[in-house]
Design a protein around this ligand. Structure first.
Ligand code: AMP
Length: 394
């Protein structure tokens, strides 16, 4: 993966290795983890380090405790889940200050192959400001650093960027390596045709992605709420659909510059109320007064499928409609089903599109579902991710 050291490039035997994971889990009201994908994603790196005789010290944030201990955001449930999945006790160091007496004692007692998990790094207010004092405390526990948290790679915090500047070498784990390989190859050295699908609510939040991808793709399909600003730019009425009037000129410019590279919906499922059970109908072209578009229509689905049919690489970010409502999920589900069948590398950019694909039960049919919604977006924007930039060069 580019020029960064990976976990296999460093000698870990007998070393204390601090590993930044992405254990940013959703918990239900009873404190149970609702989706363990991120824990499963972290296992290859942890197992590799255990099997190669490292003393493995794991850390992560979860949620937004805003710099103070919040028992409901403790990583204790993660230690329990890891213990089950690894078949070995993961010692949880329950320190409100993260690097406290429990952590120090647990690390001092480690044998090769043991695993310790620290408390939520965002219990410390320094974490999100990347303040040196906390980075030093974290670094003091270990001999070297491995970053495997792609989900926070677009942030410069103590537990990824700060420690990387103190603990050397700082290497990438398997999950980060996989993310960078999939996303990097897709946008920089894709097998063509490369088709990107962008959806979701707003043009404004995806401008940089649109601009960067237009330079790289063979076709860019736009669906979801953001399509209506483009529709308005074509001079069509959009009724009460999502619309960003300030971006209509931008959309016009994009349409002029991109020509037939940009593929927009030709019909829309419309309704008078933002309600799953409200009566709906399909219109081609303009959306009448008082009606709002909540999904792409059947002709758009066929149009998009036609564009995708001979794609060899597909990158998808953002649903085609309000997929949370079953009656407006058809466009999103049909595109997911098409990608599942396609003989191509299919990359789902995390967040809502990842949720939609999993909701349709098609997660394992995709080449890669990113574990980082925000990080994968910034990657597709062409930005350098600070968590990766800070790692040691080969
Ligand atoms: P984003 O976070 O920008 O990727 O947007 C995801 C959200 O866009 C989802 O919650 C969808 O419900 C929403 N969305 C997609 N299409 C539409 C639409 N036509 N009208 C309103 N919201 C939409």
């Amino acid at each position: 993966m580019y020029n960064k050291l990976t976990v296999e490039d460093v000698d870990v035997k007998g070393k204390k290795v601090l590993v930044r994971c992405d254990f940013n889990m959703q918990l239900d009201a009873d404190g149970n983890i609702t989706d363990e994908n991120r824990i499963v994603g972290a296992l290859p790196t942890i197992k590799y380090l255990m099997d190669n005789g490292a003393k493995v010290i794991l850390c992560s944030h979860m949620g937004k405790p805003k710099g103070e201990p919040k028992p409901e955001l403790s990583l204790a449930p993660v230690a329990k889940s890891l213990t089950e999945k690894l078949g070995k006790t993961v010692v949880f160091a329950a320190d409100d200050n993260v690097v406290g007496d429990n952590a120090k004692a647990a690390v001092a007692a480690m044998n090769d192959g043991d695993v310790v998990l620290l408390e939520n790094t965002r219990y410390r207010k320094e974490e999100t400001k990347n303040e040196e004092a906390f980075s030093k405390e974290l670094a003091s526990l270990a001999d070297l650093f491995v970053n495997d948290a792609f989900g926070t790679a677009h942030r410069a915090h103590c537990s990824n960027v700060g420690v990387s500047s103190i603990l050397k070498p700082a290497a990438a784990g398997y999950l980060i390596e996989k993310e960078i390989n999939f996303l990097g190859n897709a946008v920089n050295t894709p097998v063509r045709p490369l088709v990107a699908i962008l959806g979701g609510s707003k043009v404004s939040s995806k401008i940089s992605v649109i601009e960067n991808l237009l330079k790289k793709v063979d076709k860019l399909i736009i669906g979801g709420g953001m399509a209506y600003t483009f529709m308005a730019a074509q001079g069509k009425t959009t009724g009460t659909s999502l619309l960003e009037p300030d971006y209509i000129d931008y959309a016009k410019k994009m349409l002029d510059e991109a020509g037939d590279k940009l593929v927009l919906p030709v019909d829309t499922v419309i309704t008078e109320k933002f309600d799953n059970d409200a009566p709906s109908k399909v219109v081609e072209g303009a959306i009448p007064e008082g009606w709002m578009g909540l999904d792409i229509g059947p002709k758009s689905i066929e149009l998009f499928k036609g564009v995708l049919a001979d794609a060899k690489t597909v990158v998808w970010n953002g649903p085609m409609g309000v997929f949370e409502m079953p009656n407006f999920a058809k466009g999103t589900n049909e595109i997911a089903a098409m990608l599942a069948e396609l003989d191509a590398t299919t990359i789902i950019g995390g967040g809502d599109s990842g949720a939609a694909v999993n909701q349709a039960g098609l997660g394992d049919k995709m080449s890669h579902i990113s574990t980082g919604g925000g990080a994968s977006m910034e990657f597709l924007e062409g930005k350098e991710l600070p968590g990766i930039a800070a790692l040691t060069d080969k």
